[in-house]
Design a protein around this ligand. Sequence first.
Ligand SMILES: [Zn+2]
Length: 280
Amino acid sequence: MKAPEDAAARRAVTPVICYPNDTLPRPPMALYRAARAGAKKIGEALAAPRAACSFEVPQGCFFRITSVEGPQVGDLNLWNRNDLGERFYSGKTRALHGTHLTAGERMWSSLPHLRPMATILEDTLGWYGIDAYGGAVHDVIGTRCDPYTGNLLSGAQYHHCCHSNLTRALADHLGVSLAEAEPHVHDVLNVFMCTGFTRDTGQYFMKASPVRVGDYLEFFAEIDLLGALSACPGGDCSSEHTSDAAACYPLLVEVFEPAEGALAGWEAPLPNGYDGSHGR
Ligand SMILES: [Zn+2]
């Protein structure tokens, strides 16, 4: 296709940020950090390599995901503990915060709720930034590795993709069948995963995660949460996923409860203020 004469001028138009986020409510990070300083551990769960764990975090508590034993990426799903219909909305979170999340940013819930579910309090990989390839850590651009895409691309029957791991973990947690649990599994926050898009072809890429043993990502639970975390079969995602080829390690989830009164003055997120009438 021949480019028009004004092609260069059209390409030179300056981009506009779709969702300027300076009017988003700001999380009270100082209050959260002060509450976290006096918090006590109340539970933990371990996602075994190529498997997932589930965990609950009461509203106002904290949870930390730590890479233990070796470099490992995790696929995180979050639901409102009291209403599985409200779940993490990866696409809108990406529109609001960009392709990768770090401290001070939030995981937003699905429509019609659209409110913060969790706020990232600490990110020990926050120093990474955006590398020379355009890669960054903790993305909301990937979906979750799944056996259907694997089958489409290679004809494989592989059962330990994050999608299947999350499905089993949710089914076990709720005491329901796999068929009942599967539709609740959704696009993830790719914890510790280093990803971007190639400049020349626009393709989604991954590279070896910079995560090391002891690195963690910590969250404040804005609402009662049910979480599931899969230790991706891709390991550190330096080569491939959807197979047993990569070295894999567990991921630890720890839950912490602040001291009584430590969140005095904190206001829980309200349901979204849109009236829901859709013009009728
Ligand atoms: Zn995965």
